[in-house]
Write a protein that binds this ligand. Structure first.
Ligand SMILES: Nc1nc2c(ncn2[C@@H]2O[C@H](COP(=O)(O)OP(=O)(O)OP(=O)(O)O)[C@@H](O)[C@H]2O)c(=O)[nH]1
Ligand SMILES: [Mg+2]
Length: 436
């Protein structure tokens, strides 16, 4: 994946070095992105779709306050890469019940046997009692290969080097290992056959006789986008639960393989990143892309986008429903005061003309008074101001060093504000075509 990584870093560098991010600059960036993705063997049609979307999103999106155009483009690029490689992170691989039987399938040399052992190790480390079953009765060395791997990771093993009947081997293996309280069975199957038809025939037969709980297709990243063909072929004979993409280390075509799998609608659960048993990890497109882009500030940008989205959602909710409470109001006023004296704050936003300085100082005083009044209220009063009767007002006024009139004024202003918000919301909804 090194070449994909360095290619994408080049794209990021182009974004960072751009000045205007106008059509011309963005086009150049997109062309670079296309080159990088095509070199990673991503399907041409997908590459065009991604680049179209990046462009369209970028030019139709407003730059949110506090962000730069560059950051917006990086965020869009990140989102599109994540979706290209599999989209929203699904839940991690789960063993839904025990006993659980997992059957690995895949063409010759895709990495099934190695992956069976890696998966067994992973599940063992997740706390399950795991057993490996060698159902490859074709390749002479297959039995020994898996047995040695099982020994190396310390899990139970079953196989029969004399047998030529994979279904019998699995039935026998499941029975014997169940007596040893094995909870998860990982079944390695053969990939070597005289032709594809024979392979599919056998896979289909093992599946229909054994009804495993999950079928995992193992594909080799060095085959790039061609793995989509394999996925489709296997899908025709067995229901594929998951896919594992192996040999992502050192393959220039990993991006093509991952995006091709995502295209078929199958989910990549794990990736293999080396020959050793620990070179194996759960696949999460978000983490994967973040690591691929690997720049230290990416996480910061993503975090800030997330926080901004959340704040916007919260604010929209409050405004939409006119449900802003005094507690929210107090928070807002405290935030405002944190920015410094009111006159300074206004200056920052372009500033009021000097002559109104006197009235602003009045505003300053008012702000302090409001905060003091709200500080003297109980949380219940802040959340449900309608319970504030005359005697509560008296208590609040005394506690805040203000008068009952001040408390009343604050409550009136608050109610007016709420009413205004609700009206605004209704008229907006009407404009948008909603019933009022
Ligand atoms: N670099 C690298 N090599 C891998 C990875 N996974 C498997 N291999 C190597 O790929 C080769 C084939 O792996 P196997 O596990 O034997 O493949 P198989 O699908 O069981 O092959 P058949 O049983 O012949 O169908 C071996 O040399 C493995 O070491 C990986 O993630 N990275
Ligand atoms: Mg094998």
């Amino acid at each position: 994946m090194e070449s994909l990584r360095s290619g994408l870093l080049g794209v990021l560098e182009k974004i960072k070095n751009s000045v205007l991010l106008d059509t011309k600059e963005v086009d150049a960036i997109i062309r670079e992105l296309q080159r990088v993705l095509l070199r990673a063997d991503v399907d041409v049609k997908l590459v065009l779709e991604v680049s179209e979307r990046v462009k369209k999103k970028f030019f139709s999106q407003e730059v949110p306050p506090g962000f730069s155009k560059r950051e917006v483009l990086i965020k869009i690029l990140y989102d599109e890469l994540v979706s290209l490689l599999g989209g929203e992170a699904a839940t991690p691989y789960t063993v839904e019940r025990v006993p659980f039987r997992i059957m690995l399938v895949g063409i010759e040399g895709s990495g099934k046997t190695t992956t069976a052992a890696k998966l067994a190790k992973y599940l063992k480390e997740s706390g399950y009692k795991v057993g490996l079953i060698a159902a490859d009765t074709y390749r002479p060395g297959a039995y020994d290969q898996l047995r040695q791997l099982a020994d190396a990771i310390g899990v139970e093993f079953y196989g029969d080097p004399q047998s030529k009947d994979p279904v019998r081997v699995v039935e026998e293996g499941v029975k014997l290992l169940a007596e040893k309280n094995i909870q998860v069975f990982v079944i390695d199957t053969a990939g070597r056959h005289k032709d594809e038809e024979a392979l599919m025939q056998e896979v289909s037969e093992i599946y229909s006789k054994l009804r495993p709980d999950d079928v995992i297709l193992v594909v080799d990243a060095t085959q790039g986008k061609d793995v989509a063909k394999q996925a489709r072929a296997f899908k025709e004979v067995v229901p594929l639960g998951h896919v594992i993409v192996t040999k992502l280390d050192g393959s220039a075509k990993g991006g093509g393989a991952l995006s091709a799998v995502a295209q078929t609608g199958a989910r990549v659960a794990f990736i293999g990143t080396g020959e050793k048993l620990d070179d194996f990890e759960a696949f999460d497109p978000h983490k994967f892309v973040a690591r691929l882009l690997g720049m230290p500030d990416l996480e910061g940008i993503l975090r800030r986008f997330k926080a901004a989205e959340e704040r916007e959602r919260e604010r929209a909710k409050l405004i939409a429903t006119g449900k802003i409470t005094l507690l929210d109001l107090r928070e807002q006023l405290l935030e405002l005061r944190k920015l410094g004296p009111l006159s300074k704050v206004l200056e920052m936003f372009g500033g009021p003309p000097l002559p109104v300085k006197g009235s602003l100082e009045g505003g300053e005083e008012e702000l302090g008074k409001w905060i003091a009044i709200m500080n003297s209220m109980t949380e219940e009063e802040l959340l449900r101001p309608e319970i504030i009767d005359r005697s509560r007002m008296l208590r609040i006024a005394r506690g805040s060093g203000t008068t009952v009139r001040d408390v009343k004024r604050l409550l009136e202003s608050y109610n007016q504000m709420k009413k205004l918000m609700r009206q605004l919301y209704r008229s907006r909804r009407r404009i948008a075509g909603f019933p009022a």
